[in-house]
Design a protein around this ligand. Structure first.
Ligand code: NAD
Length: 514
């Protein structure tokens, strides 16, 4: 069987016009060419997936878990090869690929293999409804059938393949449409899963652009989408037209609040790392920082020193080459440039960075911006780049108000030495997650739901909800031994109806109206 790398080279040699070129953003070179599948090709994949599903479901949880645990080991045995693939198509650093993709993969295959059965086990339900006394009541989670997963370019494993794992563990077949910018990781993992014994048709990769994603929604029983809020609206509308469920993980503009009583050194390290990690191209990156007046100057000085020390560039040399990698998506560079220019035009100051890096590849300097406010796009929109705008606030109330002054509500973080106070502030933030004296860490906790409030999404990944969404709920009521008919049935008689009226009063009419 040809490897993914061989297939890519062969595809590149043929290269007809319905192929997409995949670029290495760190070097600007074209590294592969992949098919741009049309609707007919997607329909063929769907037929194959539907045909494979009953057999895959019949594996049961234990059988499916065995495949996922082999995949966990396969990922660790092939970590270097996967990292190289991720780095080549995203331009991110080896460390960014290691921590948030390889580390996530290892954890996720094991987690869902172990926990899926518990999350989806039949539940025996007890009821307060007298009419079902003595009956067996069951809540059952049944796989939906064929799931479409559509992913973005910033985390080719975690935000694409990662969402396929619980969908498959629930007994579904999956068609994954990775980003047209970063399809190679998904293709490689699908090859690895085949090696681990995943039956044909259970996980298929539909490479292509947005139209391929739209065609996929026309075929599947549920769509799991990760990407921009703009595309998310289109996906929700298309899913609504077909009346299929969709789960949406969308954009963010995550705030960080630094209280005057915080450990400033830790807060500065976190502001630096989590605004620059993955070159700022993480949905839950720290995108804006609000600092209480008394510690503002010291905090700004610390962050500026730390950001100035970062090395930016091509990371293909391996671990430790640079701290900040490439801008993966060509148009993202325009957004970053526009946001910085807009801020400066409106009175902001750039303390370090603020420019593209000349030469090969696509890089932007790690950038600190101050004297910012909410008239500036860098504070109110998703920049998705290595930028950290820092704003001085009078007090915590102002920081909370500004944090919530956003269309988005994905993640947030609060820094204070008073953990109880931090928790109270976290509860006031309109976000899907809030970390106290930490940032982003919630994403790695697969037991907790991860999702967005407001325009950052609908539904969640991870936790029980992160696998139940790939199932329909079926209520099963089993009546064992019983009378020929129930009291409430025909013919209606005044005596029995009055008896039922009395029964309802007895059951439900004893409360107070106060
Ligand atoms: P995008 O919305 O441009 O594309 C995402 C995917 O949707 C791609 O595979 C694309 O081909 C496909 N697509 C485009 N049009 C489509 C259509 N009409 N129907 C179906 N599919 C279509 O997003 P992107 O630029 O790839 O990703 C960056 C965005 O993703 C950022 O906003 C980021 O915050 C967000 N993101 C969110 C999370 C999260 O968990 N909330 C995680 C990662 C990224």
């Amino acid at each position: 069987m040809a490897t993914v790398e061989q297939e890519q080279v062969e595809a590149k040699q043929e290269a007809p016009s319905n192929l997409i070129e995949v670029e290495n953003p760190g070097t600007g070179e074209i590294i592969a060419t992949i098919p741009d599948l049309d609707a007919a090709a997607v329909a063929e994949l769907a037929a194959k997936g539907r045909a494979a599903q009953p057999h895959w479901e019949s594996y049961g949880f234990q059988g499916r878990a065995r495949v996922m645990l082999r995949a966990q080991k396969w990922v660790m045995d092939n970590a270097e090869r996967i990292t190289k693939t991720i780095v080549s198509e995203t331009g991110k650093t080896w460390e960014d690929a290691q921590l948030a993709e390889i580390g996530y993969a290892g954890n996720a295959f094991g987690f869902w293999a172990k926990e899926a059965e518990g999350f989806l086990a039949d539940e025996r339900v007890r009821s307060s409804q007298v009419l079902v006394l003595g009956k067996k009541l069951i809540l059952r989670h049944r796989p939906l059938g064929l799931i479409g997963v559509i992913g973005p370019w910033n985390y080719p494993f975690t935000n694409s393949v990662g969402d396929c794992i619980p969908a498959m563990m629930a007994g579904n077949c999956v068609i994954l449409k990775p980003s047209e910018y970063t399809p190679l990781t998904s293709m490689l993992i699908a090859e690895g899963l085949r090696e681990c014994g995943l039956p044909e048709g259970v996980l298929q990769i539909a490479t292509g652009r947005g139209a391929t994603g739209a065609a996929l929604i026309d075929q599947v029983d549920m769509v799991m989408f990760t990407g921009s809020t703009r595309t998310g609206r289109k996906v929700a509308a298309a899913a609504g037209e077909r009346l299929i469920p969709c789960s949406l993980e969308l954009g963010g503009n995550d705030p960080m609040i630094v209280c005057a009583d915080s450990d400033l050194e830790r807060a500065a390290n976190y502001a630096t790392y989590f605004s620059m990690q993955n070159a700022g191209q993480t949905c839950i990156s720290i995108e804006r920082v609000y600092v209480e007046e008394p510690v503002y100057d010291e905090f700004v000085q610390k962050v500026t020193e730390k950001v100035r020390a970062l090395r930016v560039g091509n990371s293909e040399g391996g671990y430790g080459t640079v701290e900040v990698g490439a801008i993966t998506f060509p148009a993202q560079l325009d957004v970053i440039r526009d946001h910085v220019t807009d801020a400066v035009d409106k009175g902001a100051r750039v303390l370090t960075g603020g420019n593209e890096v000349p030469g090969k590849g696509r890089f932007y300097e790690p950038t600190v911006v101050v004297d910012v406010d909410h008239t500036m796009r860098i504070m109110t929109e998703e920049t998705f780049g290595p930028t950290v705008p820092i704003m001085k606030v009078k007090d915590v109330d102002e920081a909370v108000r500004l944090s919530n002054d956003s269309q988005y509500g994905l993640g947030a973080s609060v820094f204070t030495k008073d953990a109880e106070k931090g928790e109270q502030i976290a509860r006031r933030l309109e976000s899907g997650a809030a970390n106290v004296n930490d940032a982003l860490i919630n994403y790695t906790v697969l037991e907790l739901p991860m999702g967005g409030a407001k325009e950052s999404g609908l539904g969640t990944r991870h936790g029980a909800g992160g696998i139940r969404k790939y199932c329909s709920q079926q209520a099963i009521v089993v009546t064992g031994r019983a009378m020929k008919k129930e009291l409430f049935m025909y013919p209606y008689k005044p005596r029995t109806s009055k008896f039922l009226a009395g029964l309802f009063k007895l059951l439900y009419g004893r409360g107070e109206r106060e």
